[in-house]
Design a protein around this ligand. Sequence first.
Ligand code: TRP
Ligand code: ZN
Length: 873
Amino acid sequence: MTTAETTPPPTIRREDYRPPAFLVDSVELHLALHPGATRVTASLTMRRNPAAAPAADLELDGEALTLISSALDGAPLEPGRLARLPGGGLRIAGVPDAFTLRTEVEISPEANSELSGLYLSGGNYFTQCEAEGFRRITFFPDRPDVMARYTTTIEAERAACPVLLSNGNPDGAGELPDGRHWARWVDPHPKPSYLFAVVAGDLVAARDSFTTQSGRDVALAIYVRRGDEDACGHAMDSLKRSMKWDEDTYGLEYDLDVFNIAAVSDFNMGAMENKGLNVFNTKYILARPETATDTDYEGIETVVAHEYFHNWTGNRVTCRDWFQLSLKEGLTVFRDQHFSADQGSAAVKRLSDVRRLRAAQFPEDAGPMAHPVRPDSYVEINNFYTATVYQKGAEVVRMMRALIGEAAFRRGMDLYIQRHDNQAVTIEDFAQAMQDASGVDLSRFRRWYGQAGTPELRVRDAFDPASGRYTLTLSQSTPPTPGQPEKLPVPIPVRMGLIGADGAELPGAGVLLLEEAEQDFTFDGLASRPVPSLLRGFSAPVRLSGLSLEQLGFLAAHDSDPFVRWDSGQQYAVAEMLRMVQEFRAQKPLALPEGLASNISALLDGAADDPAFAAEALVLPSEDFVADQMDTADPEAVHAVRQFLRASLGTRFMARFAALHDELRDAGPYRTDGISTGRRALRNTALSYIGRAEGGDGIARAARQFETGGNMTDVLSALRVLADSDAPERETALAAFHARWRGDDLVLDKWFTIQAISSREDTLRVVEDLLQHRDFDLRNPNRVRALVGAFAAGNPARFHTASGEGYRFLADSVIALDAVNTQVAARMVGPLAQWKRQDAARGAIMREELRRILARPGLSKGTYEKVSKGLAA
Ligand code: TRP
Ligand code: ZN
């Protein structure tokens, strides 16, 4: 995992793909679990791949494995036929065409802080094999195009590990001497090694069942630590709704007798779709009204669905190589977004998906790590589990569906699965299935997979009153990205409509397909100049420009499409904020723009009709989103302007915000339906404005809500207001929160985050102190993300403090983390690598800090890749 100082780690290229020289038909695994020394015995039934170039020797991946013994077809292998490969793999000289290889290795779960392979968390055993963790369990051709049938036997001490789980269906269990026991699992479906999993420990199950459309009963279980069984209801309910939705929407049925989920508090990401045994970060399973926010509840629903949907898009049909990652991730995000949209308000779900895409993916696509949805090369594959592969990949699938239509898309999915079931395939295979099922030529559309960068879509229009003809001129260009200086036009579906001066929708709505660099679209028979409503539902992941402030204000007030209404309001606010940033820099006094105030007033007028939408629309664009529209960011100025606007809007509309805050109080038990969460969101948006208002009673309201709030959404919103303030209530509330929740990891994470994202000027100092807090733990990724990640990625004003101390803090954290968990360390580098966005002075310090990281001996290849690419840009 670590590299020698002098040799840069190799780059893996998509064009170098070669089929595997050997295939594995079946795997018999035996794991004898011990914390410090686990024995893994693997019997692999192997044969030469007829489709590959002949190879004399067999090469297997391996990492951090101690080889105990090995045998080929029952005969021990003499040391002369074995060689260790540089990364820790194994080469076996001169193997026959078909054979059985048996290896026995020792590994140490206890010493595994990387959380890849087999590791311990709270005394229980978990595995994480995607992308390349299986090689840390046994020697194996650890690549997704080697699919095998697995039988797994686990043995462990019964008292410490009453529960023994693996993939597939249970197939026997029994007692052993010395207080040990065993269980065997058989997975009938061939799978790549990254989907292997074992979970063992003292866990308890929340149970339920599901009857599939063909009438088979599936036993469902969610395994958690004792005491958490009562916090699995929402996850279980989400699972059953996902199973039903996939049957109803795609005819896809579950294919084993059991579906198990295990939750773990030490986990590198959100969750993992191992066949029949999903492993989840506890953050995406456990929820009680008093501990989880509405956002947490939404996250659980989405992630449970996402992992379940992988059973077909990812597991039954998998990826040929890791360059095809979006084949499973983009498609599965598309599916989970569609599912969640179907559960409640599709419009509000779309706004939050787009907000996320713009917050994470657009900057990535404009930064030093920019890469296509299907990357061409990587150094460390873990660095490519990105917003581009996931979120932009989902947008590409969404556009494809818009182009060929819903019915053809469903036929395309059927064809894709029928053609490729139990195969490891490419993005090209997916596009081909969609093309064949629809008869639509998608050859140009495939550019979306190969070209990085966010296209810029510009609009001009002209109206000829004499003929009644309206002409829309749409043009596109994509800025250069590292390694891709020249860009081609991509087909952009622009869903649109025309709005008359009275605010009424005119004929002519539809989808314009912009395929060239520039095209005219004409509309006849119009009495007066319309306002164009473009990119309805955010029909393509592009940046739109060319509308006037006046047109944006008009659309925000009148458009029938909720996305355009919301986005036009946001773009209007961005335009005003950018103007104010210039005034602030020129040391002119700031004033509340009346146009913006009247937009907010109109939103407040309509708030009762759709509280969830109003809550989204009332929130000002984030500081990052505004800074992202500037040639050179100015975090201090943007922060000052946004805080000024929050305060002056809060002051101007104090009475109306206070009325909302009073009226929308939850009555009755906590519910997570769209209406209830929308009401809470609006109420807490109101509270946040009152909290900034001059002469308001925001602190008193927040303190009261903090003390009496019946759910975590309300309590945390109140604490957020207090944590941003200088009021004495701040310290009391933070101390009370810590005292109440110190035993609950997930709630304690919120306590760290709320302090890390505080707008107070002393936040960096507070964060540095929290790093030394007894509850902080560098080995727990959730805690690291809650403090270090939240500060660096969620508090631009304080992270970018002109002294550079924020940068030094992050670099120190990355260096410390790289020795503990390289995946998490590499993921923290991002904010430092965006130095080009900052002014020269900040940029110089950021580069200095990147160089300091790079100079560390033994840096992991993942961190090396992020830092060196960050510096090169
Ligand atoms: N495949 C997982 C998902 O998106 C994510 C994943 C990839 C992951 N690598 C991981 C999860 C490492 C945990 C640890 O559904
Ligand atoms: Zn996924």
